[in-house]
Ligand binder design. Structure first.
Ligand SMILES: NC(=O)c1ccc[n+]([C@@H]2O[C@H](COP(=O)([O-])OP(=O)(O)OC[C@H]3O[C@@H](n4cnc5c(N)ncnc54)[C@H](O)[C@@H]3O)[C@@H](O)[C@H]2O)c1
Length: 323
């Protein structure tokens, strides 16, 4: 097998590239470098600079490298930006996927893994979110991921492509400091950013119906997430996953924002008390995955906890930002 990883020079893509090459898979990356750190990629992985919107380039890459499976991670991923620029998000996330699927079908590539998100669920009022929980995204980013899943399944049926959609919950940490997330869009980098600026971390709302009043989330170490991709890719390669498989990728364990900030304080040695501000619109009180279906289908479970996420993120933060 040779795998094309779109968005391969991104935060998660580089982790997936590393996990797959480390396990002996042959990998080529495609990235438009809009949010990439190319140095993250393992030296043996060729990087093609280009967009998923460029069908001719995609066809050339699939043929030239003899690609037999695709891991599609390239996407815009900022919720607030998606609210302000919905057409751009639909064009890049859904349009880019349609262009890729055309190229995949034309090249006769039979396997595709799609990077989806817990954002497809919106804010369901359930203890554990299963894959059967109804999808009701609350922003254009989540809509593009749900539409992407529909498109992946429809194209899979039409062209005989075996597909897997992985719905990631809250990704954090790094497998090595140089692979760390350099963006400040998720909670762990946001807290580290505040501490580095000598400011208290912020909590948005502490009056939710949760044990300590702050929002509860399911955090997953990016190294565990990368291993889930490897397991899913192997399943696709073995031909056991004919048709479509849709899986939550989380730990099945809720951690509150206050608990997470406490762990980050212990790891960084900066235990200053967080400041509580008003709720942000659209935040669900609780979003925790049921991780059972992934365990059954892939024989995979997350192994790393929140402390390892915070420690590795802090090491990466110091490398990229000082502190
Ligand atoms: N980080 C998370 O917490 C999280 C959670 C759920 C889902 N996801 C999904 O995982 C995927 C990867 O996310 P990430 O955190 O690594 O983000 P990232 O921004 O670090 O990586 C995305 C990569 O794709 C590239 N890219 C973007 N648009 C492209 C295009 N049209 N053509 C080619 N390359 C393009 C960017 O340059 C970047 O390197 C995305 O699809 C995202 O929606 C991420």
């Amino acid at each position: 097998m040779t795998w094309l990883i779109t968005g391969g020079a991104g935060y998660i893509g580089a982790h997936v590239a590393r996990a797959m090459t480390g396990a002996g898979e042959s990998v080529v990356a495609l990235d438009d470098l809009s949010a990439a750190v190319p140095a993250r990629l393992p030296a043996e992985v060729p990087l093609v600079r280009g967009s998923t919107l460029d069908g001719a380039l995609l066809k050339r890459v699939l043929t030239e490298y003899g690609v037999t499976g695709v891991v599609h991670l390239a996407a815009r991923k900022q919720v607030a930006e998606s609210v302000a620029q919905p057409t751009r998000y639909y064009r890049e996330n859904v349009g880019g996927l349609a262009t890729l699927l055309d190229a995949v079908a034309e090249a006769g590539v039979g396997r595709l893994l799609f990077s989806s998100s817990a954002a497809v669920y919106g804010n369901p009022d359930v203890d554990l979110i299963t894959e059967d929980t109804p999808c009701a995204p609350v922003n254009p980013y989540g809509e593009t991921k749900l539409a992407g899943e529909w498109l992946v399944r429809a194209a899979g049926r039409a062209h005989g492509i075996s597909t897997v959609c992985l719905r990631y919950f809250n990704v954090a940490g790094a497998a090595a400091p140089e692979l760390a997330d350099t963006g400040v869009f998720n909670i762990v980098p946001m807290v580290l950013d505040r501490l580095t600026r000598d400011e208290a971390p912020r909590i948005f709302g502490d009056d939710y119906p949760t044990p300590d009043g702050t929002c509860v989330r399911d955090y997953i170490h990016v190294a565990d997430l990368a291993e889930a991709h490897l397991a899913a890719a192997r399943r696709l390669a073995d031909g056991d996953a004919a048709g479509d498989l849709t899986l939550n990728i989380g730990r099945g364990e809720g951690v509150s924002v206050r608990e997470l900030i406490t762990v980050i304080g212990e790891v960084t040695g900066d235990r200053r008390a967080p400041v509580v501000e008003g709720r942000r619109p659209g935040d669900a009180p609780r979003a925790v995955a049921s991780a059972e279906r992934a365990a059954e289908a892939l024989g995979w479970r997350a192994r790393r906890g929140v402390r390892e996420m915070a420690e590795s993120a802090w090491q990466g933060w110091r490398l990229h930002h000082g502190g």
